[in-house]
Design a protein around this ligand. Structure first.
Ligand code: AMP
Length: 192
C-alpha cells in the first residue's frame, strides 16, 4: 500500500516584533506547539525576536526541530536564536528565500509587518507561477488579515487576479484547523 504523504516541515513567516495584542503571541505559541505535536519541523528566519522567537520556542518545547535561515550580513546576529536545532547562514535575502522555500513542504503566515507580507505574497505568487505546488496558510488572528483578504477580493473583482487563484491559500483562525487544511491539500497535491 502506498505511504500517505505527510507534511514534514513547515515554513512560518511572522513578525520580528510581538505586536500590541497578546493574542498574537498566544497564536504564535499555539501554532508552534501544534507543529511540534504533529511531529513536524519548522523553518523560519532564525531570530529570537518577536513572534519569530515565540513560534521557534514553542516548536522546540513540543519536541520539534527548528531550522533558522539567516543572511550573513544584513541582520544583527546578536538576536540569532541560540537554542534552535540548526542555523543556516546564507549570502543574501534571495538565497535565503530559496533555501527556506526548498526546505519546506508548506508555508504559514502569522501576523507581521512588511517582511511577513512580502514573504507571504511571494509564496502565493510563486504558487501562481507554478514554481512550487506547496500549500500556503494564513493564521487570521483576531481578523489581522481581513484587509489583505479584502484587497485580494477587490483585485479579483477588478480583474487583476484570476478567480481560480483565490484558492492559492487557505485561511483560518485556529492553528489546528489551518494545519488540517494544509495537510489535506498536501495529500491531494502529492497524489495528483
Ligand atoms: P516583519 O514582518 O517586517 O517583522 O519581518 C519578519 C519576516 O522577515 C520574518 O518572517 C523573517 O523571515 C524576516 N525578518 C525580519 N527581521 C528579521 C531578523 N531580525 N532576523 C531574521 N529574519 C528577519
Amino acid at each position: 500500500m502506498p505511504k500517505t504523504a505527510t507534511v514534514k516541515r513547515v515554513c512560518v513567516y511572522c513578525g520580528s516584533r510581538l505586536g500590541k495584542n497578546p493574542a498574537y503571541t498566544d497564536a504564535a505559541s499555539a501554532l508552534g506547539l501544534a507543529i511540534g505535536n504533529r511531529k513536524m519541523n519548522l523553518t523560519y528566519g532564525g531570530s529570537s525576536m518577536g513572534l519569530m522567537g515565540t513560534v521557534a520556542d514553542a516548536v522546540l518545547q513540543a519536541g520539534g526541530k527548528v531550522t533558522g535561515v539567516i543572511p550573513d550580513m544584513l541582520f544583527d546576529h546578536e538576536h540569532d536564536h541560540p537554542g534552535i536545532t540548526e542555523l543556516i547562514t546564507v549570502k543574501n535575502m534571495h538565497q535565503r528565500k530559496e533555501v527556506m522555500s526548498s526546505l519546506s513542504d508548506a508555508f504559514i503566515a502569522l501576523p507581521g509587518g512588511f517582511g511577513t507580507f512580502e514573504e507571504l505574497l511571494e509564496a502565493i505568487t510563486w504558487s501562481q507561477l507554478k514554481i512550487h505546488n506547496k500549500p500556503i496558510g494564513i493564521l487570521n488572528v483576531e481578523g489581522y488579515y481581513g484587509f489583505l483578504v479584502a484587497l485580494i477580493e477587490q483585485a479579483t473583482e477588478a480583474g487583476f487576479i484570476n478567480t481560480k487563484h483565490r484558492d492559492l491559500y487557505c485561511i483560518d483562525t485556529s492553528p489546528d484547523r489551518l494545519l488540517d487544511q494544509i495537510e489535506s491539500r498536501y495529500r491531494v497535491r502529492q497524489s495528483d
